[in-house]
Design a protein. Structure first.
Length: 255
């Protein structure tokens, strides 16, 4: 894979985080998110420590802060939902600047915002430091079912192909007078989506036949033969293990 299809969301810099094997970073992400999710919403100090740990990771990965902030836009729906919670939740009310808010709703809003933002930043860190092919190789090393790995690899490979088809169809519609924005044009859009689906399905059949003619038996060749040594596991999981320790302490202390 090459070009944008092969780069994905990767930020191509040389850093300690980039050099870690993908399987190590995947396990580290899972442990970190598990620790964050299991932390009581009222343990504000714990979330502050999580933020410091993530900030250190972003610094070690040499990621531009602007890139992280731009990609944080993906959690906008969750932010809107969280901001509405204090107004729609039930229970005891508190007054803030003349506005009546639900006490449980305020805590729930904080819970969604804090945990969601930390989880999204952790995912951004993984995607920015790991290419799609390396990510698939890491999942393969973690014994993810080979069929699922094959499906994901084809999705990564042909996502740009389908996007290019969609772009060409849009240009063709506009060259024939389609301007968009009116309900009467929904039929044309629906027809284009249907044609794109049929075209993609037919391409998939042709690709499958071509693979079978080259000896494909239902299992893709291994993407990677190399594993991670104990030093890389220790280095990659250090921050996640610290996060687990913080989560346990927050549960024990209870605040």
């Amino acid at each position: 894979m090459s070009g944008s299809a092969g780069d994905g969301l990767l930020v191509p810099v040389d850093s300690r985080v980039h050099r870690l094997p993908a399987q190590v970073k995947i396990v580290a992400l899972f442990l970190f998110v598990l620790a964050v999710v299991s932390t009581p919403a009222g343990a504000f100090w714990a979330f502050a420590l999580y933020a410091v740990l993530l900030g250190g990771c972003v610094f070690l990965a040499k990621l531009p802060v602007t890139t992280v902030l731009k990609r944080l836009a993906v959690e906008t729906p969750f932010v809107v939902f969280a901001l509405l919670l204090p107004f729609v939740a039930t229970g005891p009310r508190i007054d803030f600047l003349g506005v009546s808010l639900s006490e449980s709703g305020v805590l729930g809003s904080w819970n969604v915002l804090a945990k969601g933002t930390l989880g999204v930043i952790a995912a951004i860190l993984l995607s920015a430091s790991t290419g799609p092919r390396d990510l698939l190789a890491g999942l393969e090393r973690l014994r993810l079912p080979s069929t699922l790995v094959a499906i994901l690899s084809f999705m990564v490979r042909y996502l740009n192909v389908v996007s290019d088809d969609l772009h060409r169809m849009r240009i063709a519609r506009e060259s024939r007078g389609y301007m968009g924005g009116r309900a009467g044009h929904l039929k044309a859009v629906a027809g284009g989506v249907g044609a794109l689906f049929v075209r993609s399905f037919e391409r998939g059949e042709r690709v499958h036949l071509a693979m079978q003619s080259r000896g494909y038996t239902g299992r893709m060749p291994l993407l990677s033969q190399s594993g991670a040594n104990s030093g890389q596991w220790l280095e990659g999981l250090t921050i996640s293990l610290l996060a687990v320790t913080i989560a346990v302490a927050a549960r024990v202390v209870g605040w």
